[in-house]
Design a protein around this ligand. Sequence first.
Ligand SMILES: C[S@@+](CC[C@H](N)C(=O)[O-])C[C@H]1O[C@@H](n2cnc3c(N)ncnc32)[C@H](O)[C@@H]1O
Length: 331
Amino acid sequence: MFRGWPTDWKRVPDEDWVNSPVEELALKYDTVEDHGWYRNLDRTIADVAAFVRPGHLVLDYSGGTGILAGRILEEVAERDFGILIADSSPKFLRLAVEKLGRHPRMAFRLIRYLKAEKRLQLLQEVLGEPLLARGLDAVVSTNAIHLYYDLAETLGSWRETLREGGRAFIQSGNVGMPYTPAGAWIIDETVDAIHAAAMEIVREDDTLAAHRAVLDDAARMRKHDAIREKFFLPVRPIDHYLERIEAAGFAVREVTHLPIEAHVDQWYEFLSAYHEGVLGWVGGSRRVEGEEPDEAAVATRLALIARSMERVFEGRSSFQALWTYITADAV
Ligand SMILES: C[S@@+](CC[C@H](N)C(=O)[O-])C[C@H]1O[C@@H](n2cnc3c(N)ncnc32)[C@H](O)[C@@H]1O
């Protein structure tokens, strides 16, 4: 039995989101665990495994549905350390509790959005006094740092909660590099390429003529571009992250880029859940046209996403995506 949690501190808090039902969106996201491109976690798991010691507490910041935590528990089963998942999505976190809540080495905290202040809570407002007093030994963030609006504040809050000798393990497939080898992708940049290919196909194929008018409506297209950028944020260069990591009080130890093979059909399956953000202009969107697309329009949209992917990846069944791994020490 793991005894590293502070006394008078609940692993699973008694809060509204814990008592809500598990939702479809989270279950759908959780299936990425079986996708080849989720091998992007392997390197992080190895890095964390080499670092953690019995009694340590590891924060899985943006731990989502608990895929990383579950794999770390499995792969470093013999060492007795605790993992706390903190995430801003009650739906994802609810599923994480469903999957891992009974495990005595797991704990969970929801990062709430403070409407009046238009910001997410900082860790200091979430973890509770006994845990803040103890401090954390490591912070891990996988597939998420590119989503943080308040990056500097978030990194600062990690640094403040880390103990002396603490380490941060960060990775994302959406970090820009000065040079991307031919044929390799920053994974979210495939979405822009799919959008560009879809515009070409609609212009060429008369059976899709009904979707041409919107292409000439620059104002409407700009609104759909904005939706796409909300779902798939524009990629920022690596220096953007490194500078802020250092400024928050970390010394960067290592930066590594690794190619991860992504199967086109699995990437399609993932993107199809976010089809409004990929090709919202095919069939329209409630946020732009004021109405949801009907079933037939969604079917056309999905078929066009698949066809555009075939064009972008030149009929291949997989492509190389480049993941960036950063480790940094609290100094
Ligand atoms: C793509 S998922 C990755 C989940 C998990 N880390 C993994 O690798 O499977 C991104 C996660 O980041 C969370 N997230 C997004 N913005 C966040 C923020 N500013 N602070 C904390 N979590 C955030 C989302 O709720 C979601 O669970």
